[in-house]
Each structure stands twice: as structure tokens, then as C-alpha cells.
Design a binder for this molecule. Structure first.
Ligand SMILES: C[S@@+](CC[C@H](N)C(=O)[O-])C[C@H]1O[C@@H](n2cnc3c(N)ncnc32)[C@H](O)[C@@H]1O
Length: 221
């Protein structure tokens, strides 16, 4: 099945609220657990690109209170939800929430130990924009940790995934999820993107709907 683009920025308020209310605890916690398990000692200053309502940064700081996160998203609606969630969690000193858009994040002079992103990549018409940005922000030994949906082979399989994972969710959220699966990349496509960007990361399917690209930036890249 060919990729079908979805709307890039989640700036519709109803859509953002439905997303923030949905239960992504399982995949978000798995993402955080794997990140901490793989790279714990390296994590202090983390950049989260496409943070949405900031559930991942909150879980990350709760898992490792020594970590600070800069969380960026291009959607006003998401930024408002993220700031409220961070404030409600009492973590405003640990998580900075900024409205910024890939490309051209205003983070060039910041030193991040890790650049993370979850479920952003499939929103982008051109994923190379993201990988080039990551490469320009990364320094020697920066951890790159990017999880995203992968595109199923058929629309029917995408429908089946939506029903098995989110049958009870709001219709707007189910439609978004379906659109996201159709807009997602495959492991092969992401490997090609990384090759073109000159980034040497490991890519693998890590669940029935998510893939993960991870690794450390080295001087050779
Ligand atoms: C599906 S949400 C994922 C949110 C969060 N990472 C999570 O996993 O819960 C994708 C987010 O990426 C944001 N986004 C899309 N394109 C972006 C861009 N070019 N720059 C920054 N954020 C972007 C959207 O506004 C949306 O909030």
C-alpha cells in the first residue's frame, strides 16, 4: 500500500483534546522504559520533538528525576495541553515546553544528550526534513531515539489494527489513528532515509504497530 499523507500539525483543538484524553499509556511507557533501559547513564538533557500533550516527557522525568526535557511541538493546541499537563504534574522546573516547528528548531546552540521523538515522523510530508534536523542538532555521542507507527500492507489491516487497539476511543481519534497508519513509513523506507541523511541508526519493528530507530551519533557520521 502506498503512503497517504495526513495533516501535519495537530492544531485542531478538538483533535488535540481527543488525543490528550486518549490512553496511550502502554506505548508511551514502553517507549520510556526502553529508552531508560538502553541509555540511562547518558540521559540528562533531552529534547523531545513533536511532544504533543507531553505525556512522554512527564513519564521520562518521573522514571528518572535527574533528567530535564525540552519539549517542542508546532501546534498551539498541543502546547497549551502540554503546559497544563506539566504544570499539573508539578514538573515545570524539569520540563520546558516550547512552540517550535521542524525544520528550523531554535535549539542549535543547546547540548542535548538525547533527541527523542514518538509518533511525529508519519505526520511529515518529507521525513528527510526531520532526519536532517536531528543530524544538525546532534553532537558526538548524542542518543537518537525515534519511535513511530509503521504502515501496514493494506487498508484492511490498518482498519483491523484501529479496531483491536482503540475500539472504545472517540470516533475522531479512531479516524486519526487510521490516517496515521496510512501515512506511516515502513522499516525499509526509514532505513533508506537514514542512509540518505548519513545517520547510522538501528531500525526494527518493536511491537505489532511501532518501529524504533535508535543509536548513538559518532564522529564518523
Ligand atoms: C501524534 S502526535 C505525538 C505526540 C507525542 N509525541 C506522543 O507520542 O504522545 C504528533 C505531534 O507532532 C506534532 N508535529 C507535527 N509536525 C510537526 C513539526 N513539523 N514540528 C513540530 N511538531 C510537529 C503535531 O502537532 C503533534 O502534536
Amino acid at each position: 500500500m502506498r503512503r497517504i499523507l495526513e495533516r501535519e500539525i495537530m492544531d485542531d483543538e478538538e483533535q488535540a483534546i481527543a488525543y490528550a484524553r486518549a490512553d496511550f499509556s502502554s506505548s508511551n511507557q514502553t517507549f520510556v522504559d526502553m529508552l531508560v533501559e538502553n541509555y540511562s547513564v547518558r540521559l540528562k538533557n533531552v529534547l523531545d520533538i513533536g511532544c504533543g500533550p507531553a505525556d512522554v516527557p512527564i513519564r521520562l522525568v518521573r522514571a528518572r528525576p535527574t533528567i530535564s526535557v525540552t519539549a517542542v511541538d508546532a501546534s498551539d493546541a498541543m502546547i497549551q495541553l502540554a503546559r497544563k499537563a506539566v504544570s499539573d504534574a508539578g514538573l515545570t522546573k524539569k520540563i520546558e515546553v516550547l512552540k517550535e516547528r521542524v525544520p528550523a528548531l531554535a535549539q542549535k546552540n543547546r547540548n542535548y544528550d538525547a533527541i527523542i521523538s514518538k509518533d511525529l515522523l508519519h505526520h511529515l510530508p518529507d521525513a528527510m526534513v526531520f532526519w536532517k534536523e536531528v543530524k544538525s542538532l546532534a553532537k558526538e555521542e548524542t542518543v537518537i531515539y525515534v519511535m513511530d507507527l509503521f504502515r501496514p500492507p493494506t487498508k484492511q489491516e490498518a482498519r483491523d489494527i484501529v479496531e483491536s487497539v482503540s475500539a472504545a476511543e472517540a470516533p475522531i481519534l479512531k479516524q486519526d489513528f487510521y490516517n496515521s497508519l496510512l501515512a506511516a513509513f515502513t522499516v525499509d523506507e526509514i532505513e533508506d532515509q537514514l542512509h540518505e541523511a548519513g545517520l547510522s541508526l538501528e531500525v526494527a519493528e518493536v511491537s505489532e504497530r511501532h518501529l524504533l530507530a535508535k543509536g548513538l551519533i559518532t564522529g564518523a557520521q
